[in-house]
Design a protein around this ligand. Sequence first.
Ligand code: FES
Length: 107
Amino acid sequence: MPKLTFIQDDGVERTVDAALGGSVMQAAVDAGVNGIVAQCGGNVMCATCHVYADPGRLDDLGPMCSDEDEMLDCTASPREVSSRLSCQVTVTEDLDGLVLRVPEEQE
Ligand code: FES
């Protein structure tokens, strides 16, 4: 099972087991990672599952759909080149060891 490390806004690092085929958002929510709100439940309608992925590993995350791209313009914390909506990133073996930073604000 791939492991993902979330760096919360308070600086605490949380390494979690992520189920293959699930979303990065669900792995964070299931593990109680602080700051992944996921208000819309993964329907690309809220942007409260915003994360900053390791900029060196963006290719591992898979492509971004146009809905995600548009919603990333609505995040509470600034969009960066490494910004993704974690509900739109599917967990694969390629993600093992990935580090994701949780933004300061989500709402
Ligand atoms: S959970 Fe709402 S956009 Fe990801």
